[in-house]
Design a protein around this ligand. Structure first.
Ligand SMILES: *Cc1c(COP(=O)(O)O)cnc(C)c1O
Length: 372
């Protein structure tokens, strides 16, 4: 018997032929128009994406990081300001704040959902707080209702980092439709991925949308006339063309991710009941789109190594909370987020992507159960 083939944590080569040909058609159209930056392909995607999220405006930008950066700029975040965010997220959530010479303030996570804990939020608000930036981690919305209640009462705008949660909902409303402005990433590994770097900003406010559009092109509403200092945060037409071909498939892909998550849940239920593993949970009123399927295990590094020996790929998101990163030592927030530190030591992401087969899901679950 030949050995079973390895199962990667993610495989971006399993495209079906229908999708490939739709992408090729859209890409050919961009070459036919010769409009390679912004232009009709970007506008078409922006319209379709705004409709998907249920907001008035979507502005295509160069990456999720730039979506965050331009949103912070649009909210007027600058030197000396504080922006409250989660310590347990991708680096960009805080790196963009620091790049504007503002100060990231980390509020610890809820250990069940891995998202910013609203119960600890208000104590972190100060007169310098210029924005609250919750992150919808792993594909599940942060607890928006209490976060927005505190933000509104304290008159602080909310910038939603929805980079991992395209298609997720919270009481029926889409991730990216909360707060004043939101950031999406279309990095190839995300639930909606481009063929390179891409992102979007969403907002319901006409003025804020206009400001983002201006900041996206160096702060000039009229070419060579600059009222503000922005940057080059433009979305390439080729990326927009790829995204427009893929967008209609997103609901089906997210359903498949949810089905895989449900299957893992069934197959690992005995181990979970025995306390050998903690499975991810969907909070009430929330629709999780499982950008990642993240379990907790005590011997995380050991389990990861044993699975690798069996050819099963896994990942760790994230091994070091942001308040513990060397570059943020000067902030003096080390040791402040024990729930994030515990999560960083225990989390393990199992393979999850729409093209993963049922047989592969079963093999992964069996290997996990046998190697805890
Ligand atoms: C991916 C991601 C980003 C950054 O997006 P890029 O497109 O890689 O720049 C920001 N925040 C979170 C939570 C992310 O997962």
């Amino acid at each position: 018997m030949p050995a079973d083939p390895p199962i990667p944590v993610l495989d971006l080569t399993r495209y079906d032929e229908a999708l490939k040909s739709n992408i090729a058609r859209n890409v050919a159209e961009v070459f036919a128009t010769g409009r390679f930056v912004l232009g009709p392909a970007t506008e078409a995607f922006e319209k379709a994406f705004a409709r998907t999220i249920g907001v008035r405006h979507a502005i295509g930008v160069s990456s999720g990081t730039d979506a965050l950066l331009v949103s912070l700029l649009a909210l007027g975040v600058g030197p000396g300001d504080e922006v409250i965010t989660s310590p347990f997220t991708f680096f960009a959530s805080a790196g963009t704040v620091a790049r504007l010479n503002a100060r990231p303030v980390f509020v610890d996570i809820d250990p069940v959902t891995f998202n910013l804990d609203p119960a600890q939020l208000e104590a972190a608000v100060t007169p310098r707080t210029k924005a609250i930036q919750p992150v919808d981690l792993y594909g599940q919305c942060a607890d928006m209702e209490p976060i927005l209640e505190i933000a509104n009462r304290r008159r602080v705008p909310v910038l939603e980092d929805a980079c991992q949660a395209v298609g997720a909902t919270y009481h029926g409303k889409s991730a990216g439709a909360f707060g004043r402005i939101a950031a999406f990433s279309f990095y190839p590994t995300k639930n909606l991925g481009a063929a390179g770097d891409a992102g979007a900003v969403t907002t319901d406010e006409d003025d804020l949308a206009e400001l983002v559009r201006i900041l996206r092109v160096h702060g000039g509403a009229k070419q060579y006339h600059h009222d503000r200092v922005g940057g080059n945060f433009r979305l390439d037409a080729l990326q927009a063309a790829v995204l427009s071909a893929k967008l209609p498939r997103l609901p089906g892909w997210n359903e498949r991710r949810r089905a895989i998550a449900a299957r893992y849940g069934e197959l690992l239920s005995a181990e979970a009941a025995a306390g050998r593993i903690v499975l991810p949970s969907e909070a009430s009123g929330r629709r999780h789109v499982f950008h990642q399927y993240v379990v907790r295990v005590a011997d995380r590094d050991g389990v990861k190594a044993r699975l690798a020996e069996k050819g099963i790929g896994t990942s760790v998101f994230y091994p070091i909370p942001l308040n513990e990163q060397n570059c943020f030592r000067g902030l003096g927030q080390q040791g402040k987020c024990p729930a994030a530190s515990k999560a960083a030591a225990e989390v393990l992401a199992l393979p999850i992507f729409p093209e993963l087969t049922d047989a592969e899901v079963e093999r992964v679950a069996a290997a996990v159960a046998a190697n805890l």
